[in-house]
Design a protein around this ligand. Sequence first.
Ligand code: 2P0
Length: 325
Amino acid sequence: MKSVTAYANTNIAFIKYWGKLQGEKNLARNLPAVGSLSMTLDDIGTTTTVEENDRDAFMLNGETLSGEPADKVFRFIDRVCSEVSAKRAPVRVISTNSVPTAAGLASSASAFCALALAATRAFGAELSPAALSGLARQGSASAARSVFGGFAELPASVGGEEVLAAQVLDENGWDVRLVVAKTTTKEKAVHSRQGMQHTAATSTYYPAWIADWRRDFDTGRKALLARDLTTLGEAMEHSTLAMHATTLAARPPFAYWNGATIDCMHAVWALRQSGTQAYFTADAGPHVKVLCAPADVEKVRAALTAVPGVLATLTHKPGTGARLL
Ligand code: 2P0
């Protein structure tokens, strides 16, 4: 067995994935109930090495992990082996994350994408980018989109059909920026998988979310291809707020936002009122990400930095797809 190292950038969804096809078989394959559309970010992701070892071991950021986080990785290795018909041998998986783990900056997206690429190659298989996205999706659905640079889509699965991610525009296809406002250093209390399953099971608004997501997806996809920031931004904000509304109408309710998250949203709306094209999104965590033109980055950063509770801002361009190192 070869020792293989791969790198994947994380991605942020403009149009949100939130909800899985239910039923044991569908859940085992992690099939999304809604379509999503994302931007892969530059220089923020996961580097993962997969190599032979005398027993399964998982190291993340220099620490050996055990329990569920490690078991999730080992189960994914089982899946890789069955998918590429390789004999399962024990492995050491060494990952380094430049994404804050489990704080809503999509660490599982880059993690399972890099792991899928490194593990398939370590076991001697070479998958097409589309097939690799199908495998990465089974680790974490958002990971399917990180296979591709620039902007990617992952369709909804209808009736349990297999779904693969695809590139919509490459990293040179549209020069935009995503400004990330960090509003905490803490890990989130409700992991996204748990959060989406809880809302699917209990939220009054989940049926409305499932009935309506396609409008934002179709509008957002068309706007992305037309490089229309205003239309894409409006669809992104709607998708974001509709997703978060499902959590507020769950029983018991929960919210990924903190006070600074909401203040950042108001700051973005104020920017628009004064003529700057800026649009927010937020994921399963309290950070706020703002889409804007490169020329408006400084204005957006200044507005977000002025919000009490914003700890730092980081600016990302569209990044490249997953690669071997
Ligand atoms: C997304 N999120 O589209 C959405 C928006 C969070 C909010 O994908 O259960 O970690 O592993 O498939 O991919 C986070 O969910 O969930 C996510 P699983 P994942 O980026």
